[in-house]
Design a protein around this ligand. Sequence first.
Ligand code: ZN
Ligand code: ZN
Ligand code: ZN
Length: 268
Amino acid sequence: MDNKITNPCPVCKVGQMIKTANGWICNNFSATKFCGFTIYKEYFGQEISDELANCLISGKETKELEFNHKGKQFIASLYLHNTKIKLRFKADQAAIMNDACPFCGGEVLITEKAYICSNFFKQECHLYVPRKMANLIIDESILHELLKNRITKSYDFFFPEKGKFSGRLVFRNKKVEIDNSICQCPKCGVGAVYEGKKAFNCTNWNSELKCDFTIWKEIKGKTITESIVRELCENGETEQMTGFFSLKGEDLQKKLVLTHDNKKVIAI
Ligand SMILES: [Zn+2]
Ligand SMILES: [Zn+2]
Ligand SMILES: [Zn+2]
């Protein structure tokens, strides 16, 4: 371990900064004036090189660094504020949303890669919303909706494996997620019905319950929409609808019904 003394501590101006396994720490350990100033060897996935540490110790702001921590990406510089190292996000011109952070009341910063709570770095708040999720550009109006209601209306998303699907952005355990559930599954009563590539299925298809509830996206030529799925699952049947075709090509009026025993969809 390189214990080379680099520079006087920028906080107490008495001790010297010493390099340890965990980073750089002020050696002013005197009981009365214990300083404790520390520069950790890593901040959100960004390793602190000797060069960066020396920059901070000399009281200067670092260059802009790319952080990448558990899927959270952002560009920011580090600087010393009073006795703590802080992040300065690379923000756009209109850097602050009008809406406060719904979790801590802090400012929500608009940065290049994400919307981030200004208290993010203090580890008190983890509000982080990427500017793009599953191909949806999350613009400020969508973010406003999310911050205000903690859930958005439906938007179109796209996953290569899954194709296009609709879903709503929600906060779950303070994390933003795409909720593409439409309603409760009428078969197992536990899972939720969501839109898959060819059909609407139950979220429990692969769990212990192995629920095989399925509504095909096209039934006798009629495209089945989310609102039809909701109506069918909640009421057990739909209103009479047009747009079903017979084999001869006649336009038929039918309604969809769930069978009582195994919740199969039939058109009658
Ligand atoms: Zn010190
Ligand atoms: Zn916050
Ligand atoms: Zn189910």
